[in-house]
Design a protein around this ligand. Structure first.
Ligand SMILES: Cc1cc2nc3c(=O)[nH]c(=O)nc-3n(C[C@H](O)[C@H](O)[C@H](O)COP(=O)(O)O)c2cc1C
Length: 202
């Protein structure tokens, strides 16, 4: 069984989502020692944003030499995602949504014919065979009924994206209010780390 572990925070060792995603992987690894784990750090090794030449190459145009390396990287992340049984994703909130590095990754995995297709019944997900566990960290609070709820475009966005490609086995562990103060940060982090230890085995 293969697990793909992805981080996208730019805050390195200070990152909350990185600590939580690591705890999730640790829990799943301990429960299933035979798990084959692949790690990808989207902040350390960012993918380029999609451009016109990327899309032209996808339509069959011969890519320029300097694009070839990035096209190969894009194909590699797609293959990695398709091969994974479990995906653990560290996803911090930056300006109300995912980091742009994570968006660049999503742009490489939402590929018609690979992870979804269009049919007479509309879009149909093709990646429903995966379990996805997302570690979210947010500076504030965005729960239902709060004034900021309408500004939440991180969890809502990821729910839509993974649902679009057919993933129904989708779990979120959240550390919220990280910027409220040091005490609250510790409490939120401890709660998320504790939740990670209670996840079902792989
Ligand atoms: C560039 C940047 C933008 C941020 N934007 C938001 C935001 O829009 N809303 C929010 O609640 N917190 C925001 N925060 C706070 C982070 O969500 C919070 O610090 C979280 O822990 C980040 O996850 P990380 O520690 O894994 O990077 C932002 C932080 C940074 C660095």
């Amino acid at each position: 069984m293969k697990l793909l572990h992805i981080d996208s925070s730019v805050l390195g060792p200070h990152s909350v989502s990185r600590q939580v995603s690591a705890a999730i992987v640790d829990r799943l690894r301990k429960a299933t020692p035979s798990l084959e784990i692949v790690y990808r750090d989207l902040a350390m090794t960012p993918l380029a944003h999609l451009s016109g030449p990327h899309l032209a190459a996808a339509q069959g145009a011969a890519p320029e030499a300097d694009l070839q390396h990035d096209l190969a990287a894009g194909l590699a992340v797609l293959e990695e995602f398709l091969a994974a049984d479990i995906v653990v994703l560290g996803a911090p909130m930056y300006n109300f949504t995912i980091p742009s590095q994570l968006k660049a990754w999503i742009d490489r995995i939402l590929v018609a014919g690979k992870t979804f297709k269009y049919s007479e019944r509309g879009a149909q997900g093709l990646a429903g065979n995966k379990r996805v566990v997302v570690a979210i960290s947010r500076g504030g609070f965005y729960g239902a009924g709060t004034p900021a709820a309408v500004g939440e475009h991180l969890e809502t966005y990821l729910r839509w994206v993974f649902g679009f490609i057919g993933v129904t086995n989708l779990e979120f562990i959240s550390a919220d209010g990280i910027q409220v103060g040091p005490e609250h940060r510790e409490k939120a982090l401890a709660g998320a780390l504790q939740a990670a230890t209670s996840l079902d085995a792989a």
